[in-house]
Design a protein around this ligand. Structure first.
Ligand code: MG
Length: 255
């Protein structure tokens, strides 16, 4: 691992471990999302998530990270991210973000998706929240090419949010990842003044739009983790981990 001032380039040996951890995280994300059902508490889902991750030989990265008390982050409706599983009983129509970290053989995978529970038809608003956030992630991935800058990813993500008229959370950002959960650089979902580091082969980035149906403003609950929208309207979160290579960008958490 070569630490520059503001970004990290991973060695080929590290990338082997990171790729395996990211793949496990992606499989876990899909399995956990499919297990989420109305009538289940978020704590029950978190317990299942821990079992899924450990069955793959991994360790839940978020457990005890800076004191985080659960295996994964489960963020329902107006909770944007970092939701702590509890006795809340999930119901039909809930918008549930599942953010999974897997540590495997010294590599770390970090990925998230949001699902709407049950078979009820969703409203136009919710559909646009879900579609817009996913499209923003894909636009960010397409913009992430060697030689370009972090700024290009941010611009592509932010442009999609504007098209869908969604609120872009500014208090939280994407990040480098791989050997540590959070590595430099930051990957904002909004345009900043600085272009940020240039993208070079060996960089591993988590792109993770967090979009709100209403205001972009959020607050953190007294538990110091749970991030909620200020207006109580719902939020969605999708996250992929990518590897910058010379001639292509590999999405490490695609299944
Ligand atoms: Mg992340």
């Amino acid at each position: 691992m070569m630490r520059r001032r503001d970004f990290i380039v991973h060695t080929p040996e590290e990338i082997v471990r990171i790729r395996a951890a990211a793949h496990a995280a992606a499989l876990a994300r899909e399995e956990i999302a499919s297990l989420a059902k109305p009538g289940m508490t978020t704590r029950q889902l978190d317990d299942l998530a821990g079992a899924v991750i450990r069955s793959m030989g991994g360790i839940p990265t978020f457990l005890n990270y800076a004191g985080f008390p659960r295996n994964i982050c489960i963020s329902v409706n107006d909770v944007v991210v970092h939701g702590i599983a509890n006795d809340y009983v999930m119901k039909e129509g809930d918008i549930v973000s599942i953010d999974v970290g897997v540590t495997l053989n010294g590599g770390i995978g970090d990925t998230a998706k949001t699902v709407v529970l049950g078979d009820k038809r969703t409203s136009k608003d919710i559909e646009s929240l879900m579609t817009g956030t996913q499209e923003a992630l894909e636009a960010g991935i397409l913009a992430a090419k060697a030689g370009r800058h972090i700024h290009d990813i941010s611009e592509a993500v932010a442009k999609t949010a504007r098209q869908y008229k969604l609120g872009v959370v500014r208090d939280l950002v994407g990040h480098g990842c791989g050997i540590q959960l959070h590595e430099p650089p930051e990957v904002p979902n909004f345009v900043t003044k600085s272009p940020g580091p240039q993208l070079v082969p060996g960089m591993v980035l988590c792109i993770e739009p967090m979009f709100n149906l209403g205001t972009h403003r959020v607050y953190v609950e007294p538990d110091q983790w749970t991030v909620r929208t200020q207006d109580g309207r719902p939020s969605a979160h999708f996250e992929h981990m990518i590897l910058i290579e010379e001639n292509q960008t590999e999405v490490l958490t695609r299944v």
